[in-house]
Design a protein around this ligand. Structure first.
Ligand code: ATP
Length: 432
């Protein structure tokens, strides 16, 4: 499902927890983990992180394991199971849709809930298109018809794009997020999450990522919006999250759920020439720096590069990413780089990362030439004519004052935005 929240409040991940609760009430089992799937981060009509949600329901078999807790009771998940009978599936779908409607921020501008149900996985193309391109809802509707899927919408049907993509996500490259939610009366109040306890769990479990911005020491696990999320712990493995959760000290947790996600996978980035990059899309491409970088008002750095096909591309490293403008500013014409970033309406590429592949040697400052005989500073005889010592009249060739060559000031490798400025999908990199 998708599009259940608004800028004023709500959260689609929370609405999904309501479906997990409904399943438990009605004896329907959860198979595998719920999915939190981030889609094209450049879509202008997203509310916040362009997330869509999916879960697989059926009749579980084998031992279950706990993947959440709602109302003080565990949410169990089964690794294997069989489909619900057609009648139970039909009843569950309709009840789920009613609950989605009840729990959505209906009536708020831009909240148009949508839900899709399918008996088989949907074509993965629906995911790749939704994470990388701008999808017309008509093409999603056609795909849903071809797949024999069931769907409901309330208002604009655009939410079907995200809802279908969440089911279609192949989930090969994955990370995990354990999301903890607030109790109803505290929503809207200042969040109480003990920063030291977050730092301690991050240090104890190296698979956790983006817990803290080491530059500012700011804790990054809590949102700043009016939504029911208290905190989200992200990890490359699920086990440590289940252990870490109980060590985070915070205000009361109403419920928590472990999600399988595509966060940190870089799935939105496609290797393509910036010339083929349409509005609201992202690319990764090789390029050579064409001219000295320009530092603009606000500390943003504009970088002109030439891509492999010889096309000139304007890129910008925004100040809040901290690392990227610092690196971009030190680049020199001729440096070989790989860049990744997105564009909005205009063709400027907003950088999301820089790989330094090869750097041209830097020229040092021109030295003033001292006469080796008497130590007096030699004077120039004019361009390319060399130098003469005014005291002892010795002459020196023009090369005598050549600029020394310096090692480039940067190390080769990947540079990512400072953790607080990273997008949900941004490829995971070292946290400086
Ligand atoms: P939150 O993360 O807080 O749940 P959100 O940022 O996901 O909110 P939504 O309110 O869900 O924002 O709005 C995003 C809308 O954009 C949805 O209707 C979704 O179906 C649609 N959408 C997602 N990806 C694409 C895409 N690639 N092309 C066109 N529409 C898209």
């Amino acid at each position: 499902m998708d599009d259940t929240d608004s800028r004023r409040g709500g959260c689609t991940t929370w609405v999904l927890t309501e479906l997990l609760s409904l399943a438990r009430e009605t004896g329907v089992d959860l198979l595998g983990e719920p999915r939190l799937v981030r889609l094209n981060p450049n879509i202008p009509w997203k509310t916040r992180g362009n997330g869509a949600l999916a879960a697989h329901f059926g009749v579980g078999s084998g031992p279950g394991r706990t993947v959440g807790s709602i109302g003080g009771r565990p949410v169990r998940s089964y690794a294997r199971g069989r489909p619900l009978s057609p009648l139970r599936a039909e009843r569950f779908r309709e009840a789920a849709w009613q609950r989605v409607l009840e729990r959505s921020e209906r009536g708020s501008a831009g909240t148009d809930p949508a839900m899709v149900a399918a008996e088989r996985p949907l074509p993965t193309e629906l995911y790749w298109q939704a994470v990388r391109e701008v999808v017309p809802v008509g093409s999603t509707l056609n795909a849903l018809r071809r797949a024999g899927a069931w769907w409901r919408t309330d208002g604009d049907p655009r939410g079907l794009i995200g809802a279908s993509a969440a089911i279609a996500w192949p989930a090969r490259r994955v990370t995990w997020e354990l999301t903890a939610y607030r109790t109803e009366p505290r929503i809207g109040l200042r969040r109480v999450v003990d920063a030291d306890s977050v730092r301690t769990v991050a240090a104890a479990h190296p698979s956790l990522f983006l817990c803290e911005d080491p530059r500012t020491r700011r804790i990054l696990v809590s949102p700043h919006t009016n939504c029911p999320v208290l905190y989200g712990l992200r990890s490359t493995r699920p086990g440590p999250l289940l252990r870490a959760r109980s060590s985070v000290r915070s205000e009361p947790v109403d419920r928590w759920v472990l999600f399988r996600t595509n966060q940190g996978t870089g799935d939105h980035l496609v290797s393509r020439s910036p010339r083929d990059l349409g509005p609201f899309r992202a690319a990764r491409f090789a390029a050579t720096v064409a001219s000295p970088p320009e530092v603009r008002r606000g500390g943003h750095v504009a970088l002109h590069v030439v891509d492999e096909a010889g096309g000139r591309v304007e890129c910008v490293a925004f100040e809040p990413t901290k690392t990227l403008p610092r690196v971009a500013q030190q680049l020199a014409p001729g440096d070989r780089v790989q860049l990744w970033g997105s564009r909005g309406d205009d063709p400027v590429v907003r950088l999301e990362g820089i790989r330094l592949v090869r750097l041209v040697p830097r020229a040092g400052r021109r030295r003033s030439l001292r006469c080796p005989e008497c130590g007096t500073t030699a004077g120039s005889l004019g361009s390319s004519k060399g130098y003469r010592c005014p005291a002892c009249h010795r002459r020196f060739p023009p090369e005598a004052s050549r600029r020394p060559r310096l090692e480039p000031p940067l190390r080769l490798g990947d540079y990512h935005p400072t953790p607080s400025a990273r997008r949900h999908l941004a490829p995971r990199g070292p946290e400086p």
